[in-house]
Each structure stands twice: as structure tokens, then as C-alpha cells.
Design a protein around this ligand. Sequence first.
Ligand SMILES: [Zn+2]
Length: 153
Amino acid sequence: MNANKKELEVAALENGTVIDHIPSDQLFKVVSLLGLEKLNKSITIGNNLISKKIGKKGIIKIADTFFKEEEINKIALIAPNAKINIIKDYRVTEKRPVTLPDEIIGIIKCNNPKCITNNEPMKTVFYVINKDNVEVKCKYCERAVGKDEIEII
Ligand SMILES: [Zn+2]
């Protein structure tokens, strides 16, 4: 019964991408990280749904859109347990967790006020030094930034 209900929730999309298991308080950050507000496709957002795994969760369904892996993996910064479902012809053809990329360009703010990225109009670049525990390091000033300190621009 539960399994069927779950299938339905995901399968309602003919073609596209479903991002599941997003923590509720990060849902709208994920929306903005992926630039979904600029996307001219049908998008369904559910939030505060019950999840056994993470308490309350959010889910985003985006019709007729398939993201590049490095593009969608950015969300691992704020939703490390998110799952990506690729839907084709109403079927889940691929299901995978998000994994952090090796390098993150332009979305994390360096928390070193003296860093060049905070003083020049330029994009930040961070190397991911710990994928399991989410730790990144600024390319320019080498400041390491941990999971709880990451500030999204
Ligand atoms: Zn820096």
C-alpha cells in the first residue's frame, strides 16, 4: 500500500526529474540553487511531507528537464540525502543519490573577509576536501569551511 502510494507520487510525471528527500527547511534553497524560478517548465513542489528517514521532507518534480550531473550535484551541499529520479515515459529509469562535485564554482561565499573573492567582483571557487562530511576549501585563500558554516551566495 505504502509502496504503491510512493510509486504514484513519483510516477505522475511523464518525463523529467524528481528530486526527493530534500529537508523541508532547505527546499526553497534548492529551488534557487538550481535556478528553477527561471525555468519555463511545469514544476510541482511538495513540502513538509512525512519522511521516515528525515522527518519532514520536500520533493520537486520538474517536467521535461534533465540536469547535467555537475549541475544537480550542487544541491548535495544543502541536501546531502537528496535522491534524483529520472522519469521517462512515466517510469523511473534511474535513481541515484546526489554526490558533491570536486569543485564548486560561484555558489559558496568565502567566510574570510580578507579573501580576494570578498573584495573583487569575481566568482568563488571551492575545492571539496571531504565529500562525506561536507567540507570545502577556498581556492584563493585556502580557508576551509565546514558543513555548518557554508553560506550560499
Ligand atoms: Zn577565500
